[in-house]
Design a protein around this ligand. Structure first.
Ligand code: DUC
Ligand code: ZN
Ligand code: ZN
Length: 488
């Protein structure tokens, strides 16, 4: 069946045009003012609405065992929530058991994901170093389409690697065209600050914020960037939360490091005061890095506008308040770290970014869809263009909604953005040509999501530095802030 989306305004990172979109099978086949409907066509009327490429959330922790518990959304509930929220692809993290092979872990997680309702890729977490890791990386890349790995500089004993391990892994990854995601916080010093705080009886959620100061995020960010520079490897700093850390990214980019930065909605919209809410409500906002002083938000928004930040990811790491967050009732260090965001990231970025005038429509598309598709090698995703997968979000800018746990698809008893009114209502969502959200209701089938085999960065063709510098000099630039090419 052919589908035609009529009368809408198509937005890509390169331009905005009033046009109809023709879809045959799973792909976009035409974008023009003159797509003629025929009998049997399915027509979707997008009058007065925007037609965006589907959102891509490259930072999710679905079905994730962590800190003596596990995240509350699995691939079914999490991807349904993403779908109604305008996300049509995710990249989730694996979580290898101690001593497990990366290949076996990848297979296990591909299997876990097969109940997803949208397409999914997997970043391979490496939580301990061994020679086998270096042997398995090429297999992961070639046979499993893994173009990104993740290393942690915090969570000692659970996931943290040391500097030498990081260097060796990044170097091998860089040679293979694999980009390394880094969680950059100084885990050793944080653990000591946490120990001291608890010993002094400082057990409330706010101390989670005080024991993970911005200097320790900035220090680790600078160190990760230096190690990537020495290894001549591409690096992606996840969840940059503050000006101190973003400055390190700025410095590194200026000296030509193949560095990219991500921020998350919680750092753009929420702040450290949420950790101090009464009745242990602050626990709902415990995530790492922690929420920061409010003034950091505008620095991050500027980083998005000027191309210093390439991608927004949700870091969706959901834990229920009752029974999970309450594990830390008497000790903040036992509160599982994470906030939800997969269902609302698209709306939050549209509302606080586009609607409130901080970013353009094109920049919105660039960081929620085109940028992540390019950087993480999803060649069929990320744009409304002929030949791409028909992953499409239709949004009515004249309608609004109030975010609330009562109506959410996320498997949670709270929402971190409860009560916020967001302008712009997602009406319909297509995934590979199939209408999976109609009038805001999920109508797709469980298990319809495909595993995404991703392309690797071609190191020799890396062309980011000049483009980034150009954008830094032109804060109003809405152009793509980096150019990368991939091995086919
Ligand atoms: N931070 C979180 O808040 N949750 C999951 C892991 C992380 O780095
Ligand atoms: Zn992290
Ligand atoms: Zn994360």
């Amino acid at each position: 069946m052919r589908t035609i989306i009529q009368n809408g305004t198509v937005v890509t990172s390169g331009g905005i045009v009033k046009a109809d979109v023709e879809i045959k099978g799973e792909s976009i086949t035409s974008i023009s003012q003159t797509v003629k409907p025929e009998i049997g066509d399915r027509i979707i009327d997008a009058s007065n609405q925007y037609i965006f490429p589907g959102g891509i959330d490259v930072h999710t922790h679905l079905a994730w065992p962590f800190q003596s518990t596990g995240t509350a959304d699995d691939f079914v509930t999490g991807t349904k929530a993403g779908a109604v929220g305008g996300i049509t692809s995710i990249i989730n993290f694996t979580n290898p058991k101690r001593g497990a092979s990366l290949i076996d872990t990848q297979k296990e997680w591909i299997e876990k994901g097969n109940q997803a309702v949208i397409d999914y890729g997997l970043h391979a977490i490496i939580n301990e170093y061994s020679d086998r890791v270096l042997e398995e990386l090429p297999i992961l890349a070639e046979e499993y389409g893994v173009s990104s790995i993740k290393l942690f500089m915090a969570y000692k004993g659970e996931m943290m690697v040391n500097d030498l391990e990081m260097y060796k892994i990044m170097k091998k990854a860089g040679e293979l065209g694999i980009i390394t995601n880094v969680h950059a916080e100084n885990g050793d010093v944080i653990d000591e600050l946490v120990r001291q705080a608890i010993a002094e009886g400082k057990t409330a959620p706010i101390y989670h914020g005080y024991t993970r100061p911005t200097v320790l995020e900035a220090e680790a960010t600078g160190r990760a960037l230096a190690i990537a520079e020495a290894a001549d490897a591409p690096v992606y700093i996840v969840h940059v939360s503050c000006a101190d850390a973003l400055n390190k990214v700025d410095e590194a980019k200026k000296r030509g490091v193949k560095a990219f930065a991500e921020t998350c909605p919680q750092y753009l919209v929420l702040d450290i005061s949420y950790l101090d809410l009464p009745n242990f409500e602050g626990a709902k906002y415990v995530c790492s890095p922690p929420l920061r002083e409010k003034w950091n938000q505008e620095v991050l928004w500027n980083g998005i506008s000027n191309g210093l930040i390439s991608v927004i990811g949700s870091d969706h790491c959901p834990f229920r308040f009752e029974g999970q967050k309450t594990l830390g009732k008497d000790d903040f260090s036992k509160i599982p770290n994470g906030v939800p965001g997969l269902e609302d990231i698209f709306s939050l970025l549209y509302h606080f970014g586009v609607n409130e005038g901080r970013i353009s429509l094109q920049k919105f598309v660039e960081i929620i869809s085109t940028g992540p598709a390019e950087l993480f090698g999803m060649s069929k995703k990320g744009s409304i263009s002929v030949g791409k997968d028909a992953d499409i979000v239709i949004l009515d800018p004249n309608r609004s909604r109030v975010i609330t746990a009562e109506t959410q698809y996320q498997n949670l008893d709270y929402n971190a953005y409860e009560g916020m009114k967001v302008q712009g209502l997602i009406t319909n969502v297509l995934s590979r040509g199939e209408l999976i959200v109609k009038d805001g209701i999920f109508i797709g089938e469980q298990g319809r999501g495909n595993y995404i085999y991703r392309d690797r960065l071609h190191n020799k063709q890396f062309e980011l530095t000049k483009n980034n510098l150009k954008n830094l000099n032109n804060p109003s630039s809405t152009g793509i802030s980096f150019k990368v090419q991939y091995d086919k």
